[in-house]
Design a protein around this ligand. Structure first.
Ligand code: DHB
Ligand code: FE
Length: 293
C-alpha cells in the first residue's frame, strides 16, 4: 500500500521564483528567505517520495473567468509550465502519475467530493515555486507530481472545513492504493498578503503564527475558521491558506504521529509573509511507541 510520509507547507510568492531564476538568492533582501529553506532542501533530498500530491491554486493561468472549477485533480501524464507574462519559468516540466491520480479520482468522487478531472493544463508559480524552494535548480524534478488546484481566487471559494475533510478523504484514497509508493502531500499559498485595494501590503505576523500553531496542534479547530476571518486578518489573498488544511487533513490523526521537522516564518517577500512547515507523518504501523511495552 501507498503511505503518506510527509507534508510540506509553503508560500508560493512568484518573486521568489524570479529571484531564483535570475541568480539573486544571495542578495541581502532574498538571502534570509532562501536560508529558511536550507534545511528543507536537505530533508527533501533525504526523503524523496515517489509522488508529490501538490495542492496549489492556479492564478488565471490555466483557468480564468471562462471556467471556474472548485477542485481540479490533475490526471494527466505531464504538465507544461505556464507563461505568466514573461515566458515560462526555466524549470523542468512536470511528470504526472495518471494511475495513482485515477485511483484518487475514484476514491474521492465515491466519497462525494465532486472533482473536475483535467488531463491537460499548464501549471503556474503556485506549483513551480514550491518545487524550486524544496529541490533547487535541477535538470529534472526527482519525482512525479499530481497537481491539485483549488479555486481561492473567484468567490465562492471552498471553506477550510471542506478542505480539511477533503484532506482526510485523500488520506484514505492514498492509503488504499495498491502499490508501495511513498507520497508527500504539500499545501501551498499564503501567508498573510493583500495585493490590491486600500489595504495592499497588509501583513499579520501574530495571526500567521497562530495559524501555524493551530495547523500543527489543532487542525480540526482551525478548519472551523470562516472565510471572513482569513480575509480580515490575513488580507484578501490570505484566503489561499485554506489549501494548507487539505495537506494537514491527509496526515495521521493518531496522537504523536505527526512530528514537526521544520518551521520558518519571514517578512517580507514581495509584500507577502512567507510561512513554511515540514511535518513528518509516522503511519499507524510505525507510530512511535505503538505495540511497545
Ligand atoms: C504574489 C502572488 C501570489 O500568488 C502570492 O501567493 C503571493 C504574492 C505577488 O504577486 O506578489
Ligand atoms: Fe498565490
Amino acid at each position: 500500500h501507498a503511505t503518506i510520509t510527509g507534508a510540506v507547507f509553503t508560500s508560493h510568492v512568484p518573486a521568489i521564483g524570479a529571484a531564483l531564476d535570475h541568480g539573486k538568492t544571495e542578495e541581502p533582501y532574498w538571502q534570509p528567505v532562501f536560508e529558511g529553506y536550507a534545511y528543507s532542501k536537505t530533508w527533501e533530498r533525504e526523503n524523496v517520495p515517489d509522488v508529490i500530491f501538490l495542492v496549489y491554486n492556479d492564478h488565471a493561468s490555466a483557468f480564468d473567468q471562462s471556467m471556474i472549477p472548485t477542485f481540479v485533480l490533475g490526471t494527466g501524464a505531464s504538465y507544461p509550465i505556464a507563461d505568466e507574462g514573461y515566458g515560462p519559468r526555466p524549470v523542468p516540466g512536470i511528470e504526472g502519475d495518471p494511475d495513482l491520480a485515477a485511483h484518487i479520482a475514484h476514491s474521492l468522487i465515491r466519497d462525494d467530493f465532486d472533482l473536475t478531472l483535467v488531463n491537460e493544463m499548464a501549471v503556474d508559480h503556485g506549483l513551480t515555486v514550491p518545487l524550486s524552494l524544496m529541490f533547487g535548480d535541477v535538470e529534472k524534478w526527482p519525482c512525479k507530481v499530481i497537481p491539485f488546484h483549488v479555486n481561492v481566487v473567484q468567490y465562492p471559494v471552498p471553506s477550510g472545513a471542506r478542505c480539511f475533510k477533503l484532506g482526510q478523504a485523500l488520506r484514505k484514497a492514498i492509503e488504499s492504493y495498491d502499490r508501495p509508493l511513498k507520497v508527500h502531500v504539500w499545501g501551498t499559498g499564503g501567508m498573510s498578503h493583500q495585493l490590491q485595494g486600500p489595504r495592499a501590503g497588509l501583513i499579520n505576523r501574530e495571526w500567521d503564527n497562530a495559524f501555524l500553531d493551530r495547523l500543527i496542534a489543532d487542525p480540526a479547530g482551525l478548519a472551523e475558521v470562516p472565510h471572513l476571518e482569513y480575509v480580515e486578518e490575513a488580507g484578501s489573498e490570505g484566503i489561499e491558506l485554506v489549501m494548507w488544511l487539505i495537506a494537514r487533513g491527509a496526515l495521521s490523526d493518531v496522537d504523536g504521529a505527526v512530528e514537526v521537522k521544520h518551521r520558518f516564518y519571514h517578512v517580507p517577500a514581495s509584500n507577502t509573509a512567507v510561512g513554511h512547515l515540514i511535518l513528518e507523518n509516522h503511519p499507524r504501523a510505525e507510530a512511535p511507541a505503538e505495540g511497545e511495552n
